[in-house]
Ligand binder design. Structure first.
Ligand SMILES: NC(=O)c1ccc[n+]([C@@H]2O[C@H](COP(=O)([O-])OP(=O)(O)OC[C@H]3O[C@@H](n4cnc5c(N)ncnc54)[C@H](OP(=O)(O)O)[C@@H]3O)[C@@H](O)[C@H]2O)c1
Length: 369
């Protein structure tokens, strides 16, 4: 029997979530085969929530995402930490403390007190010692950075001394994790951020800061004593550095697999427009660059004169394995910084903070105690 005491934040029209979400009561879901119901303790907000909420219906439909309407209210956000309260999976029992993500493109997000998830979704048991709000902050940014540096960047989790990584957006939710991960790999790290965040980014391991508010970022990146870079990871977006890839990216006969520009945003600079790999669909120059960038993976180095350099505009590819590696990252002193924690009743204010584009680390909502 279902009970109507599941409180959710939902939206029924396009627009900024700080002005469109409203509280509603729903029934507590019941698990189907191989599903669980989670009592959500904390949920982290992500720019993609806003991008989904502000995309035109035609794009949402093309991408297979749900379209908000009064007859189909959508609950935003993908990152969560919570307790299993019902399970039809042998892998989890009632009382298990878990954290992870499930992409909320279908509108069944985690700004809700109870959510049903498939046991196969990329969530795992929460390490002891990781609090609820800290845990919710981890999944999307950690997995994205792992994908960018390890899967696409082909760096390994240690022993990369002498190599350099450039992180654009070193204070952002994703960028501050990238600074730490690259440092733990043994790399020299150059990061762009504003002067007011420089100390924080340095304290996370950046060897050199480029202040994007006062310096020319491409020029400073090229002039750095740490250039050229095994990976340039762009967490900001735009095309400013693309004309200089030949000089920015490492070209090593000993490590020919290195030297890539990985963007998690794409050529666009608007925070409200959908980013990542989806932008290849409507940015022809980027799509061509992506194809040529991928060709570089399969062709000999001498072909670079006409294919350009390795380039990828990526979409994260979450998995339980990747998230499980966070425990080691944490034990070695790594952390996902939480910019601010908001009570459930103040989810609109939490989205305002995300929309400001000034957050240092993650914006988190405490959903239940
Ligand atoms: N493709 C994927 O799978 C994927 C996954 C995760 C995220 N993303 C995308 O990646 C982007 C970043 O996400 P996020 O959560 O990391 O963002 P975020 O934390 O909301 O970004 C805000 C931060 O960015 C800094 N910033 C703003 N403009 C900057 C600039 N021009 N140069 C350097 N720093 C700048 C701000 O610092 P100041 O206050 O100093 O300006 C602030 O600390 C978003 O577009 C998101 O959608 C994509």
């Amino acid at each position: 029997m279902t009970v109507a005491n599941n409180t959710v934040w939902e939206y029924t029209r396009a627009g900024r979530l700080s002005s469109t979400i409203a509280q509603a009561a729903r029934a507590i879901p019941e698990p189907g085969p191989s599903e669980l119901v989670i009592q959500v303790r904390a949920a982290a907000l992500n720019p993609v929530d806003e991008q989904l909420a502000q995309s035109p219906p035609s794009l949402l439909s093309f991408l297979g995402c749900a379209i908000p309407s009064p007859s189909k209210p959508l609950v935003p956000t993908s990152d969560f930490a919570g307790v299993v309260v019902a399970s039809k999976s042998a892998a989890y029992v009632v009382g298990d403390e878990v954290y992870g993500q499930r992409f909320s493109a279908d509108g069944n997000g985690f700004l809700a007190t109870y959510v049903k998830v498939e046991a196969s979704a990329p969530f795992v048991k929460k390490p002891k010692g990781l609090g609820w709000t800290d845990a919710a902050a981890v999944p999307l940014v950690y997995t994205t950075v792992y994908d960018a540096l390890v899967e696409w960047g082909r760096l390994s989790m240690g022993g990369e001394e002498g190599l350099s990584v450039l992180v654009l957006g070193g204070s952002s939710g994703t960028g501050h994790v990238a600074v730490q991960m690259a440092k733990k790999m043994g790399c020299n790290v150059v990061a762009s951020c504003s002067g007011k965040n420089a100390e924080m980014v340095k304290s996370l391991g950046a060897d050199e800061i480029i202040d994007y508010t006062t310096q020319n970022v491409p020029q400073a990146a090229l002039m750095s004593r740490y250039a050229p870079y095994a990976v340039v990871l762009d967490c900001v977006g735009g095309t400013d550095l693309l004309p200089d890839l030949d000089n920015l990216l490492l070209d090593s006969p000993q490590r020919p697999e290195l030297g890539i520009y990985v963007t998690i945003v794409g050529d666009k600079t608007s925070r409200d427009a959908m980013g990542g790999a989806a932008t290849n669909l409507y940015t022809p120059a980027q799509a061509v660059r992506t194809v040529l960038g991928r060709l570089n993976d399969h062709l000999p180095r001498w072909t670079r004169g006409w294919t350009g350099r390795r380039y990828a505009c990526i979409k994260l590819n979450p998995s339980k394995d990747k998230l499980e590696s966070y425990e080691k990252f944490m034990e070695e002193g790594g952390k996902v910084i939480v910019d601010s924690v908001w009570p459930f009743g103040k989810a609109r204010e939490a989205y305002e903070r995300l929309e400001s584009a000034r957050a240092k680390g993650k914006v988190v909502v405490e959903v239940s105690k």
